[in-house]
Design a protein around this ligand. Structure first.
Ligand SMILES: Cc1cc2nc3c(=O)[nH]c(=O)nc-3n(C[C@H](O)[C@H](O)[C@H](O)COP(=O)(O)OP(=O)(O)OC[C@H]3O[C@@H](n4cnc5c(N)ncnc54)[C@H](O)[C@@H]3O)c2cc1C
Length: 380
């Protein structure tokens, strides 16, 4: 396809992991596709994420999207380039007390009912699986097939595949305005597109008015290399409460082994904190929480800490499908803390709906029109 092209079937604004995956799926479906980014693929919030591919069960719709996404990741795992660092290390959901162990028992039944491998570990089995954890824990739920990846490399891989399939890449070009059928760039050029998919993360708010999207800030810390000290993604079961049940600032023990031995330590959540500065007291609180589970972390060499603003919606589900503003303008954003996981099924849903094909999971729970009463201000 000609890079100077001025008309296409679908233009995707934003080459984070979501937009890049959508471009790959659209191009694979035979759509004449253009992928646009003001910068380069995977350089936005995708570069700030933890890269945990995880099945989550807050709601039936969240389960469907994360389980389908993880299945799609697993199917292509063997063919992913090495720099994506796909590591099927599994998740250990740690129960600190008897009440949390009861929750583990409920969860395991639900996971098994959906054919997702899950196994209960008692206190001794948990100690064998992760010898550096404190000893007074009650046990854990092991979700064997959850994985870890390096997200920016995945976004770049999806974009490169899209290009191989014939999609046109327009990187280093900022979109200024979109209107039905047309994109205006800051540099004065234009692109006509039958459908526009806005996948610009939180910056989607700058392109469409009144989106139900808000920032949820997170902090992460990365250590020097300590190979073998952490073997699974370790998450306290209390994380489920802190991540999803409240608007208050929160921290939770959430630690990830990187393939090179580095340890990625999270996590924090703050709603509507729009600056990206490190909040030192919150960061200290987050690290204390991690040391409370893994005491050796007190002595590790910390290399770097950073923050990222997750694009969040009020109901915890992303916006995938035609916008409330205009039927030709679509959204693929609002994935909050699960966008790395759910990029694969998001792309599948977008491409299937654009192509008029049957979706692998019901698409309606993610349609942006569920917030229609808040977003009815029409685009030109
Ligand atoms: C601390 C933290 C930890 C996380 N951990 C995990 C995890 O373990 N697992 C998980 O699944 N998810 C995780 N996430 C969430 C995940 O990182 C995000 O949901 C995901 O990266 C969102 O991707 P995106 O493509 O929507 O956005 P982005 O990566 O932000 O991409 C948007 C792109 O749009 C471009 N853009 C914006 N405006 C314009 C414009 N006007 N013109 C052209 N281009 C434009 C930007 O340059 C950018 O490249 C985490 C997030 C954070 C902050």
């Amino acid at each position: 396809m000609n890079p100077a092209l001025t008309r296409c079937d679908v233009a995707i604004v934003g080459a984070g992991i979501i937009g890049s995956a959508c471009a790959e799926a659209c191009a694979a479906g035979g759509l004449n596709t253009v992928l646009i980014d003001s910068d380069f693929p995977g350089g936005g919030i995708t570069a700030c994420g933890m890269g945990h591919i995880v099945v989550m069960d807050d709601s039936a719709a969240q389960w469907a999207l994360t389980a389908r996404s993880r299945e799609l990741w697993m199917r292509r795992a063997a063919s992913l380039p090495d720099d994506i660092e796909y590591d099927a290390c599994g998740t250990l959901w740690i129960a600190a007390n008897r009440a949390e162990m009861d929750a583990v028992e409920e969860k395991v039944a639900m996971y098994r009912q959906h054919d997702v491998h899950a196994q209960i570990l008692n206190s001794a089995e948990l100690a064998r699986a992760e010898p550096d954890l404190i000893s007074r824990l009650s046990g854990a739920l092991l979700v064997r097939d959850d994985a870890v990846i390096y997200p920016p490399a995945a976004a770049q891989h999806f974009a490169a595949n899209a290009a191989t399939l014939g999609a046109v890449m327009r990187f280093g070009q900022r979109v200024q305005v979109i209107e039905p059928g047309r994109i205006y760039f800051v540099d004065g050029t234009m692109l006509d597109a039958e459908r526009i998919v806005v996948a610009a993360g939180l910056a989607s708010n700058d392109l469409l008015p009144n989106l139900p999207l808000r920032a949820r800030k997170g902090h992460l810390v990365i250590s020097d290399r300590y190979p073998g000290r952490v073997r699974h993604q370790l998450v306290e079961l209390g994380y489920l409460h802190s991540a999803h049940a409240s608007d208050a600032d929160s921290v939770a023990f959430n630690v990830q082994p990187r393939r090179n031995g580095q340890i990625l330590i999270g996590s924090s959540r703050q709603f509507d904190a729009t600056d990206t500065a490190i909040d030192a007291p919150l960061l200290a609180h987050m690290l204390e929480r991690a040391v409370g589970f893994l005491p050796f972390l007190r002595d590790v060499q910390v290399l770097r800490s950073w923050t990222g603003l997750r694009p969040a919606t009020r109901d915890g589900l992303p916006l995938i499908g035609p916008s409330a503003q205009h039927a030709s303008i679509w959204l693929a954003t609002g994935h909050e803390g699960l966008g790395i996981t759910t990029a694969t099924a998001t792309a599948e849903l977008i491409a299937a709906q654009l192509l008029g094909r049957t979706c692998a999971i019901p698409p309606a729970p993610y349609w942006p029109t569920r917030f229609a009463s808040e977003t009815t201000h029409a685009v030109a």
